[in-house]
Design a protein around this ligand. Structure first.
Ligand SMILES: [Zn+2]
Length: 332
């Protein structure tokens, strides 16, 4: 990581053409000069969001004494709490009949992936204006909200207790959005990755995105599956894995076969090795296949042969099941 120095905070804003938001600053990347870099107030890092073209990372320093980034003020706590309650009531099992119709069948080749909803379909409720959610998103995302009407796909990220802490808003296949995904956090220290929390599995499949995670989950329902919401958003996921006591778990990393994906796979592999994990495999040999990520393989009908070629098998449970079926067919 490079260091980058500024006189003070206002020098930072003017040199980088920065714009301050609630908990982050959007600015021009010092390396590629595109205004797609982020500084989170909770960190002293500047990250370029153009993962495949640039993706530079800087540590921020101030020359003047006692200068620091402005502190994150959670002045939206009331709206956030309201929204958290609203969403978690709405999307609880108790209300399951109500939300069944919202589940997206055949979204990116997936059959009823859990917790991905087509929000246009909400019965009797205008999702573009549900109490709480709208009020909250308007206030947090106001400057970036111009395209909210095109965002009709909602992914929910739940914590270990099943509570929804984060909502990802996307568009369906027909929409062309400049920023693919917008995240709404419903608690301040929100979970920012997908985890099915199947802790008793002896394997973890780690994916770069939600749709890849859901794709593997459809095929391997006994495996613990984790999906990031971007290759750079790793720190909370890494903290989770560090706390995990069973370091004998095998971790398979299924990141995209592009520059950002390859670099991040290696980077995460090193970090996990330092945490004590011994069996870590990077699976990104896409050479003879149509597609550059797991979900594209599914859409192109190549997922099964890809998994076979990479010797990815299910847990023991499924082995047992296969054996039973084999025996059965042998006998009859
Ligand atoms: Zn850049």
């Amino acid at each position: 990581m490079n260091n980058i120095k500024f006189q003070n905070y206002s020098d930072l804003l003017s040199s980088l053409d920065g714009k301050e938001f609630n908990d982050y600053i959007i600015c021009r990347c010092p390396s590629c000069k595109v205004k797609e870099a982020f500084i989170y107030k909770s960190s002293n890092n500047l990250k370029c969001n153009r993962e495949n073209q640039c993706g530079e990372n800087y540590k921020i320093e101030f020359i003047e004494k006692n200068q620091e980034l402005p502190k994150f003020k959670d002045d939206l706590k009331v709206e956030r709490d309201k929204c958290f309650k609203f969403i978690n009531t709405m999307f609880s099992e108790q209300y399951f009949d109500h939300i069944e119709d919202l589940e997206v069948n055949n979204y990116r080749g997936l059959q009823n992936p859990g917790d991905i909803y087509k929000i246009d379909n909400i019965k009797g409720l205008d999702i573009k204006n549900p109490q709480g959610l709208y009020e909250y998103t308007i206030k947090t995302l106001k400057p970036m909200l111009s395209d909210i009407n095109q965002r009709n796909i909602m992914h929910c990220l739940r914590n270990e207790n099943g509570k929804i802490e984060t909502i990802l808003l996307r568009g369906d296949e027909t929409t062309k959005l400049k920023i693919k995904e917008k995240q709404i956090k419903l608690v301040s220290n929100n979970i920012d990755y997908y985890n099915n929390f199947k802790d008793d599995s002896n394997k973890i499949f780690l994916c770069e995105g939600m749709t890849d995670a859901k794709t593997l989950e459809q095929k391997y329902n006994d495996v613990q599956i984790i999906g990031l919401t971007g290759v750079l958003k790793q720190s909370k996921m890494l903290n989770y894995l560090e706390k995990n006591k069973n370091k004998n778990k095998e971790i398979n990393i299924f990141f995209d076969n592009d520059k950002a994906g390859q670099n991040s796979s290696e980077n995460i592999k090193n970090k996990l090795q330092k945490q004590g994990y011994k069996e870590i495999k990077i699976i990104n040999n896409y050479n003879s296949f149509k597609g550059n990520d797991i979900n594209e393989l599914l859409m192109n009908g190549e997922l099964n042969s890809f998994c076979k070629k990479n010797n990815i098998d299910d847990n023991e449970k499924s082995h047992l099941q296969n054996k039973l079926t084999d025996n059965f067919s042998d006998n009859y």
